[in-house]
Ligand binder design. Structure first.
Ligand SMILES: C[S@@+](CC[C@H](N)C(=O)[O-])C[C@H]1O[C@@H](n2cnc3c(N)ncnc32)[C@H](O)[C@@H]1O
Length: 232
């Protein structure tokens, strides 16, 4: 079974969530997403959370941080989206929708002001994922990738035995994304790095959160600043 097959219809929400909470990554990523959205999205912004999963982050960060925004959640796994919808229905949020969508060739058209992709590129042809983002062209984009301690190449720590159906993901071997290659690929699509945050998680791993901004948006901001400063 390959990664796409495992994620599309095999891994259960329960096994996924057990695994992510047990390795501390669900907790760390909830904080990273909340901080990036609060820092880089203006009230009223249209957000796209791609490969959103089950919405487990709301167990660790109150969904209220999303209330100023209009949020589209997408994933390739229908069962995950059902679990997410159940959470959203209880969350008090009013402006949200979910969409079954393949990030390798998104059918979403936007427009979106900010996208967030958390631990998805390790599981897909990530350059296709970036092409999808570039097609939709959000002004800003948060990408979280996993970084391992030197010498550990497997995405899932070899000594950890993941629960039930999550074993299929381990067997299909997710591939870590090289930070420099990711930044270079984003640059080819007109995105520059704006901010980085590193969060330590168990087993000596790190979550690297990179916020990118489109050069177009950057130039607009400079122009705006120039018009705000009166000429002497
Ligand atoms: C490691 S999980 C991360 C989930 C979520 N972002 C989080 O942090 O909890 C990877 C997610 O990517 C989704 N996924 C895998 N391949 C995908 C694809 N081609 N398009 C969209 N989502 C995909 C999986 O279903 C799963 O929800």
């Amino acid at each position: 079974m390959n990664l796409r097959q495992a994620w599309t219809g095999f891994v259960t929400p329960e096994d996924y969530e057990l695994h992510m909470a047990s390795i501390g990554q669900a907790q760390a990523n909830a904080v990273l997403v909340r901080e990036a959205v609060i820092n880089w999205a203006a009230a009223g912004a249209r957000l796209w959370i791609a490969g959103a999963g089950t919405g487990q982050m709301f167990d660790f960060a109150s969904a209220a941080f999303l209330s100023p925004f209009d949020v589209t959640f997408s994933d390739i796994n229908a069962q995950f989206l059902e679990r997410l919808e159940a959470r959203l229905a209880q969350s008090g949020l009013t402006q949200w929708r979910t969409q079954l969508d393949d990030l390798e060739q998104t059918a979403l058209a936007g427009p979106f002001d900010m996208a967030a992709v958390v631990l998805v590129f390790e599981h897909i042809a990530w350059r296709k994922g970036i092409a999808s983002i570039a097609k939709v062209a959000p002004a800003r984009c948060l990408i979280v990738i996993q970084q391992n301690p030197a010498g550990m190449t497997a995405a899932v720590t070899p000594s950890r035995v993941p629960p039930g159906t999550m074993k299929a993901v381990v067997a299909a071997k997710p591939v870590l994304v090289d930070e420099a290659e990711l930044i270079a690929e984003m640059a080819t699509k007109g995105y520059r790095e704006l901010e980085r945050t590193i969060s330590d998680v168990p087993d000596g791993k790190k979550m690297l959160a990179l916020v990118f901004e489109s050069n177009r948006r950057f130039i607009d901001r400079i122009k705006m600043r120039q018009t705000e400063v009166p000429e002497e």
